[in-house]
Design a protein around this ligand. Sequence first.
Ligand code: ATP
Ligand code: MG
Length: 166
Amino acid sequence: MSKIEAGRMDLYLKAVNIKNLVHEAIDTVQPMAKTNNNELKVSMGALTSILYIDRQKVLQIFLNLLSNACKFTENGLITFNIHSDKNFLYYSVSDTGVGIAKEKLGYIFEQFTQVDGSQTRQFEGTGLGMAITQNFCQLMGGTLTVESELGFGSVFTVKQPLQHDI
Ligand SMILES: Nc1ncnc2c1ncn2[C@@H]1O[C@H](COP(=O)(O)OP(=O)(O)OP(=O)(O)O)[C@@H](O)[C@H]1O
Ligand SMILES: [Mg+2]
């Protein structure tokens, strides 16, 4: 976070096989999904096979969104959707978990902020994942949006512009 804030976080674009990257993220979080008895589904739409992106940062975003979905959902469904067109990469992580109250939605991207910040809260974490995720999205010129309903689940959506070469 301090690197990002100091403007010392750079993008390293290279040719990336995006389907492999998605599978890497899914394989990593599969055990987490199982822990809470969640089903994890991937849906790939039209997707350019090689994209010029910052592999490490995009993987980090995938993992942050997916691990949150696994953590805040029990006996539910987590869906990862991804597709691209000529100019943008679009992806979203949906879950059927605890959801986030409307009045709390504005806070979750702040550093060290958790909806239940009490000492006795149920979920582990430091409250940095979403702050980092949003910063990475902005660094890539993209957007991160969230829709959620308390008790019904959440959808986090990223739209990031694509470069055609490097
Ligand atoms: N999919 C989700 N469902 C419900 N609440 C969520 C979800 N994703 C994030 N949140 C809420 O937003 C807060 C901030 O998320 P963030 O990822 O920054 O922190 P964390 O997961 O608690 O900790 P860390 O990611 O640093 O381990 C969470 O503590 C939780 O309250
Ligand atoms: Mg998190």
